[in-house]
Design a binder for this molecule. Sequence first.
Ligand code: HEM
Length: 151
Amino acid sequence: MLDLVHFVHIAGATVFVGSVVFFDWAVGGALARMTPEARKSAAHAIRPFSGPIIMGSLAVTLLAGIARLFLSGAVTGWADLFSGYAGRAILALVIVIASEGLAAPFRKHMRAGIDTLDDSAFLLWWKRYRSLNALVLAAVLLLMVSMRLGW
Ligand code: HEM
């Protein structure tokens, strides 16, 4: 069971991290080179796909991560939740949830820049959104690897 859940966690994390990087850097970079009118229609065509891929893989990653934590045997009582191992997993969960709250206004401004054909607003908020996501991904992956390596 532990192996299966670990696989699902890593598979979910691979799709999540990969799609965030792809949409933020490749799709965002392509949108940045378009005229505001072309960007608006491309962004509207992409949105129904990007949301489910990113949010769906994030949900799978988080649910499997929480299950993985309990199946690891590292948490047998409340006190274990404050151990270095579980503490890092919980910190990762808090960072991801808090960053979703933080990123929501960034995303809103970016989308408003697209919809109002405001080139500079789109560029400003896309770059901020991209940087925030990159920081969150780096922090969470560092925490995950540190759990494995016992730093
Ligand atoms: C987007 C969020 C997350 C990503 C991208 C992610 C990614 C990863 C990766 C790549 C590993 C393998 C690390 C390695 O073997 O070196 C891992 C391991 C693990 N993750 Fe996550 N994870 C995320 C969130 C979480 C959360 C929220 C929890 C639990 C609350 C969690 C629990 C674990 C556990 C228990 C391991 C096993 C660590 C070990 O080898 O002992 N993960 N995760």
